[in-house]
Design a protein around this ligand. Sequence first.
Ligand code: PBG
Ligand code: ZN
Length: 332
Amino acid sequence: MNPLPHDPGRVRPRRLRTTKALRALVAETRLCASQLVMPHFVLDSRSAREPIGALPGIERCGIEPLLQTVDADFALGIRSVLLFGIVDDAHKDAHGKAGASAHGPVARAVSELRKRFGDELVVITDVCLCAYTDHGHCGFLDGERIANDPSLAQLAAMAVAHAEAGADMVAPSDMLDGRVGALRDALDARGFSETGILSYAVKYASAYYGPFREAAHSAPARGDRQSYQMDARNLREALKEARLDAEQGADMLMVKPALAYLDVIRAVKQATDLPLAAYNVSGEYAMVKAAAERGWIDEPRIVRENLHALARAGADVLITYHAREALRGGWL
Ligand code: PBG
Ligand code: ZN
């Protein structure tokens, strides 16, 4: 290509980096507010709000502060939310039945958000049992083992409750086999054929979820999630999970965590024609916050670099606790 490969005088890549305007003109990756999803932790309460130690800047909110927060975020351009419910231990049982309650925090939040924002807000709900089971696992237990198939009806009931409340999409995060198909069947049978499924198709067993489990009170009481979440050493398995969920009717796929899995994001993107989300999870956020608090890194520039890396790898949608601050500060 270059007629004079050793002559720096003619071909100069630096020409396109000369000014900020030129760099913006030829940028290969661009982020905008419409592709960001802000996660929220919803309390079973009207007005409570609680800070979360390991997630500075993020709170657990009852319905009223949630509406205020989503309102303010909406003004910044955030048009999509992902909701996680939190209930008291007294409401937890072996099967996580509270997750499917029409009066639970998520169902109530969905209908209030729908009332307030109509169709202008995309409301996505996490569907998993771990925040509602007394043992903290994502499915039913049979002794020490996960009872995969018996759990599916409960997960499906939770999805139907969220659909009934008005969710645009339900997002199963349990990593049990067959749950996307089970959710699709249950939604269709109840007349919710237009409610979408954003599958946490490629979800690794990860230490990066630590702060989230504190936030959602969803840590397993015994054992860990390695029998259902994926092994971090595997890439081909990601393609298998993505394909199976697409076959079962997922409308969108997700890779989670994000930054340690850029190769996975790229590979899944190349293998699917579904929109792909990357979840920039709690531990990834907490590490940035901790280093920034100490003055060890420049937070706006780190966040900009991280989020663009996800887009460059192939993510269409970014789920990130940084969304609000990144937009407010013009970091992107
Ligand atoms: C529930 C769930 C988890 C996350 C999202 N949904 C935790 C887990 O699987 O242990 C993690 C999100 C984050 O760390 O930000 N299954
Ligand atoms: Zn779970």
